[in-house]
Write a protein that binds this ligand. Structure first.
Ligand code: TXA
Ligand code: MG
Length: 314
């Protein structure tokens, strides 16, 4: 059952309580509705991917209420400050270097060392973010491969029954996703066109911003691999490990580390990048991964595992 919460103090308080206990709430923003979960909670973030049926772990945008919270999450280069002043709150997302120890699940960044952040302008989103207090990870609140929702009814039609609640904030005024801007050194680069135009950004910068295809830097597998694969060599679908291999298990079995002892795919997704880190810390040089079923979140887990097992050095 998905609750439809009204845009009232009580509705916002209820939505914040659901987020605090790790639940999922579709929240209105000025761009599109976002499927919100506690960005610091591995299980909540895994639940976002599960609800959307995402076949892979794309990095997610973290939404906060105030600019002061951004400093806890990322390092802000001087070049970003005028853009923050000009466009926040609003439909601009900045991709910045992740701060060590930031309260963000590695599933949010898909293991990258950068983080996408934005302060939405929608008053209901801001009220919810203030009531919740922390960062909220939120992709557009549509099933994977479907169009982004700009009304609560769209979310109900697409994700009803799969998430805890939809907070009704009416129709989204912008209706397209946020513009995503990253930095190459101090040079701003548009990664995705969106609600803030390149011309408007250019007026703040004093020159036209550079453009790059959306996700070019993140979808290039070589680049991703270096960030989220463990250092050791990875062998997949192993039922019979060789001596000397460190075994990453799934389900009840003898192994060194387990993605989910009870064989739960949502728990396994929540643990995936942490286990990669753990394997590095153990100094594992040869890693054998047990078979992971390919349904539900298993498809995304196997996608990442295959990338982790892909030949290196290219
Ligand atoms: O307007 C919006 O941006 C909406 C609302 C809910 O805020 N959100 C949204 O999220 O469109 P989503 O998940 O549909 O798209 C976010 C995109 C990802 O597909 C990815 O390309 C990019 O943001 N992204 C996130 N983190 C990134 C990172 N660290 N580096 C590069 N790109 C990143
Ligand atoms: Mg989307």
């Amino acid at each position: 059952m998905t609750e439809l919460l009204p845009n009232t103090d009580a509705g916002i308080a209820r939505a914040a309580a659901i987020l605090k206990r790790g639940g999922l709430v579709a929240m209105p923003t000025e761009t599109v509705y976002g499927l919100a979960g506690d960005a610091s909670n591995d299980a909540a973030v895994a639940g976002i991917y599960a609800a959307k049926d995402r076949p892979e772990f794309n990095p997610l945008i973290v939404h906060v209420a105030e600019a002061a919270q951004v400093d806890r999450l990322v390092h802000v280069p001087p070049a970003a400050l005028p853009l923050m002043r000009a466009f926040w709150p609003g439909p601009l997302t900045l991709v910045l270097p992740l701060r060590e120890g930031a309260p963000v699940s590695p599933l949010v960044t898909a293991g990258l060392d950068s983080l996408a952040v934005r302060i939405p302008a929608h008053p209901v989103a801001r009220a919810l973010l203030r009531a919740f207090g922390g960062g909220v990870a939120a992709p557009s609140a549509n099933p994977s491969g479907r169009i982004s929702p700009t009304a609560a009814a769209h979310v109900m039609a697409g994700l009803g029954g799969r998430i805890d609640a939809v907070l009704n904030g009416g129709d989204c005024s912008v209706g397209v996703e946020s513009t995503i801007l990253g930095f190459q050194g101090e040079t701003p680069v548009i990664l995705r066109e969106g609600g803030v135009t390149a011309e408007a950004i250019g007026r703040i910068l004093g020159h036209a911003p550079a453009r790059r295809d959306e996700g070019a830097a993140i979808s290039a597998p070589g680049q991703m691999v270096s960030h989220y694969a463990p250092r050791g060599r990875v062998r997949l679908n192993v039922t019979d490990p060789e001596p000397g291999e460190t075994v990453l298990g799934f389900g009840p079995m003898p192994c060194d580390l387990n993605l989910s002892v009870r064989g739960d795919l949502v728990e396994a997704a929540a643990n995936l990048f942490r286990r990669f880190h753990d394997l590095d810390e153990m100094g594992a040089e040869r890693i054998a991964v047990a078979p992971v079923p390919d349904h539900g979140l298993g498809a995304a887990i196997n996608d990442r595992l295959r990338r982790a097992a892909a030949p290196r050095g290219a």
